[in-house]
Structures are given as C-alpha cells and as structure tokens.
Design a protein around this ligand. Structure first.
Ligand code: GLC
Length: 515
C-alpha cells in the first residue's frame, strides 16, 4: 500500500482574505485563488490548508463562523468552492479545511435561536449560558483575546466566550453539538475535502460551574479526547482523509494523547515554531518531537509560521529569536538581512526533517512582519481587546505581493491592509528570475524534498558544538551552521544551500543539503 499522503506532505497555508483578489474589492477570494492554482502547483507543495472560508461577520477574520456549510459571500459561493476543490485535485493538490468547533459566530442561527428562546431553553443548552453572581459574571475567567470571558444578554444571563464576545463557546456536553460537527465533517468530506484542521482543539471541554481547584478550567480537559475519537470514526469512513489539530500544549505527554491511533492523525508542532534559532534549543525540540511521535506511529510536523505569529524573517533578525504568543515583542529592533539568512536556513532545516512541513503564504517570498500598520486600520480583535497594548496578528496577514512596482502589487483592488512600498522587491514577479531569491530556494527545496525525502528516519551525525547535522534514509544530509564561524561542508555533492558557500565552507546562519 502506498504511504498515506499526509505523512510526508508539504502543506501550504492559504489565508484566503490575503492571498489573491479576483474581483477587485481588496479582499482575497476564491476567484483569485483559482487563478493562482498554477503558482501553487508550481511551487511543489502537496496540499493546501485554507483558513476559514465560511459565512462570517469577520469579528475574528472568519474564526467566527455563521454557517459551517456554506462559503462567505466576500470569498465567493459554495459552487465556486466545489469547483475549486475539483481544480485543485486536478492540479495534484489536496485540500485541508479549517473547522472551528470551540465557538460559533454570535450571528449563527443557533446563537440567535438561543438568544430568542431565553433562559432554561434547550436552545441555550448548546452554548454556555449562566446567571451572573450578583451584578458580575458567573466566574472570573478572562478571554484569551483580553477582557472578561463572559458577556451579558438583555434578559440578564451571561454567555461564555473564550475569545471575542462575537464568538460564543459551544457546550460540548450537548448531543446536538456533537451531532452537528459530525455532520459538518461529512458535508465537506462528501465534497472531496481531504483533511480537516481543528481550530483551538484543546479548549472544547470546560466546566464553568466547577469550583476553582488549581487545574486549568478549559485547556486540555480529559473529556476532549472523546470528541476526537468521534471525529476519527467519521473521518475513517472516508479513505485517505486526515485530521490535523491546533494543540498548543507545552507538555509533550499531554500533547501525545491527541495523536493516539483513534484520535487525530497529526498536530502542529508549536514547540518547533516557538523555538529560538539556537543549536541546543533546536536539537532538543527535534529530539523531543521525534521521541514523542515515534511510539504513536504519527508523523511529526514542522512549522515555522502561520497566521497567528510573527513572520520568521522579522523574528530571526531580533536579539531574541524565540516566539511567544503572549508577547510578540512588537517593534523590537531587527536586522532584516540576518533574519532573511536565518529564515532561509530554517526553511532547509524544516524541509529536511522527517514528517510533514507547513508553509504559511508569503513565507516562500520572505515577507517580513508589517509592524507599522496605521492603528486605525488594524482589525485583529486582540488589538482592541488588549486595550491597544498587543498589536495582534494583522502584521502577518497583509495581502501578498504578486507583481508590479507599487501596491496593490497585482493582489487586486485596494488591499484591506496596506502593503509596504518596498515589497516591490519581494513580489513573485521580482523573485522569479533571481536564482538567489527566497521563492527559488523554496521551489528547489520542495522539488528536492519530493524526490529524496518524506517520512523515513533521520540519524544525527557527529558535529561541532553549534552545528546540526543529520542524514535521512534516502542518503540526503542536512547541515545547519548556527555558530559564529564557518565550518567544513559535509561530504557528497551539494544539492542545495541556503546561501553562498565561500571557500568551500558553510558560513554561519547557513544550511546545506548534500548527497
Ligand atoms: C486559533 C486560530 C486563531 C483564532 C483562534 C480563535 O488559534 O488559529 O486565528 O483567532 O483560534 O478561533
């Protein structure tokens, strides 16, 4: 039997609002995405993960879903989505959709019905409605986006929202909720979708009535696993489909539970994403990742970026190169050239490791974080709910530059977030003819990866203190120099390098693949 496609896949994350705008309204859409399918197929990835494309008031960029079985009008229609899935498959690309099970939109039918039906109704049972304590909320939980996690409705009850008030949390004790999501999975699998990314996967089970006992009241509660066992059963009805979870948990033993054989197939590796560009820290994360996954038979994933985090070329040029969701270190001084060098080396590292790799749109162009967006244009609820202390995630969501020498750089319309003028040098068009561009590095690495790599084992090679060196079963060797001085190249023919190799040496902040 051929290996399951997702085990060694390169998966490209499309943030639809910012990918390509087909109708000129300044917001990315399905028409734009369909036009650019040849670009994605040519890049050499195996699958696309799309951030939510459902009807949504966009209080949280589409993570406030009003209808799980349709497509947001700004993006297009369900018929276009179906056509897109077929075209992507024809181009050799599989499709992973984002499903948001922790919360709905406050404009969803269910939540409106719950508001209308009033206290004590079965409609309210699908969410977490509670009377307050005196004049205050039922408990003191804080929203992950800042501010209280409860909002009061006109009849006096309060509802829970771990994120924005426009995102009421589902009550997963309700059989309606369980059934609904099984049905939503089938709806999309029936339309040919190959996988599901599970949003905020560790947060679904909570007990707001429990007395505080020191345990986390809503993260990684044991009951969450029954939910994913149910999802796995549904997924197994459809051969070749997969689940990938957004599970931010520092404890590897707890993380591993989500990857048991009757739960998710894979989960994002946030330890790798958060890790500083530092040899000891990286080696430790890689070893821990491999050790966690091996007994489960689940492939690791390697992730450097997504739509929630600071772009790598900005982060790696800072004094502190780690990422922390709680502190984006907005505006910290950054050395762009250094950041780019390191991002190139990190890309070759991530793509050489065994398992699946995720690439966030614009990573392959080396886009920096846009840190100087005008405040009045910021849309991320984190910005508003943090009392303007955390800039949020808009800086990594700026629309892609495709071509031309001024905004909108071929994106279309007047982009919903403004693109920096100096992105003229980072467009696809500008990078295409340049053999040294980030785009051509990604293309070459993805092509070589497809030919030589995948899910087979890796073995560390003896190396100097600040060097990561390993071989893969296929015979490929990857060496990354994270130290201050050049080191010798490994033996074999150089397949690819993240930068120049003067004097036959591997300079600092550089990676090489040999065979
Ligand atoms: C996940 C998403 C993030 C979203 C949040 C709430 O963390 O990646 O973008 O805001 O869930 O749905």
């Amino acid at each position: 039997m051929p290996e399951a496609w997702w085990r060694g896949a390169a998966i490209y994350q499309v943030y639809p609002r910012s990918f390509a705008d087909g109708n000129g309204d300044g917001v990315g859409d399905l028409a734009g995405l369909r036009d650019r399918l040849p670009y994605l197929a040519g890049l050499g990835v195996d699958a696309l993960w799309l951030n939510p494309w459902y009807p949504s008031p966009m209080a949280d960029g589409g993570y406030d879903v009003a209808d799980y079985r349709d497509v947001e009008a700004v993006f297009g229609t369900l018929a276009e989505a179906e056509a897109f899935i077929g075209e992507a498959h024809a181009a050799g690309l599989r499709i992973i959709l984002d499903v948001v099970p922790n919360h709905a939109s406050d404009r969803s039918d269910w939540f409106r019905e719950a508001l209308a039906a009033g206290p004590g109704s079965p409609e309210r049972e699908r969410f977490w409605f509670r009377p307050g304590r005196g004049d205050g909320p039922p408990n003191d939980w804080q929203s992950i986006f800042g501010g209280p996690a409860w909002t009061r409705v006109p009849d006096g009850e309060w509802y829970l929202h771990l994120f924005a008030p426009e995102q009421p949390d589902f009550n997963w004790n309700s059989p309606d909720v369980v059934r609904e999501f099984h049905d939503v999975l089938r709806f999309w699998y029936d339309r040919g979708v190959d996988g599901i990314r599970i949003d905020s996967a560790a947060l679904l089970v909570k007990d707001p009535d429990a007395e505080p006992d020191g345990s986390d009241p809503y993260t990684d509660r044991d009951g969450v696993h029954d939910i994913y066992r149910g999802w796995r059963k549904v997924t197994d009805e459809y051969p070749g489909r997969m689940l990938v979870g957004e599970v931010w948990l520092p404890d590897q033993e707890r993380f591993a539970r989500y990857l048991r054989p009757d739960e998710m197939h894979t989960a994002f590796n946030f330890d790798f994403l958060n890790c500083a560009f530092e040899p000891h820290a990286l080696r430790k994360v890689i070893d821990t990742t491999l050790a966690t996954h091996a007994p489960l038979g689940a492939p690791p994933t390697w992730v450097l970026a997504n739509h929630d985090v600071v772009r790598p070329v900005t982060r790696y040029g800072r004094a502190d190169t780690s990422f922390d969701l709680q502190d984006r270190r907005h505006g910290a001084p950054t050395d762009r050239a250094l950041g780019v060098r390191r991002a190139r080396a990190a890309a070759l590292l991530a793509m050489a490791l065994p398992g699946a790799v995720y690439i966030y749109q614009g990573e392959e162009l080396g886009l920096p974080e846009v840190e100087d967006l005008p405040d009045e244009l910021r849309q991320d609820p984190i910005w508003h709910r943090s009392g303007h202390t955390d800039p949020g995630r808009d800086g990594c969501r700026v629309p892609l530059p495709w071509a031309g020498d001024r905004p909108p750089f071929g994106f279309g319309g007047d982009p919903w977030l403004p693109q920096p003028a100096d992105w003229k040098d980072l467009t696809v068009e500008a990078q295409e003819p340049d053999p040294g561009s980030m785009l051509n590095l990604y293309r070459a690495a993805l092509a070589a990866r497809r030919e030589h790599l995948g899910d087979g084992a890796m073995t560390w090679l003896p190396s100097e203190e600040n060097v990561l060196a390993f071989t893969r079963d296929s015979g490929l060797t990857c060496v990354v120099n994270l130290g201050p001085a050049p080191v010798p190249l490994p033996s074999g023919d150089v397949l690819l390098a993240s930068g120049p190799l003067p004097d036959g040496l591997l300079p600092p902040d550089t990676a090489v693949w040999t065979r």
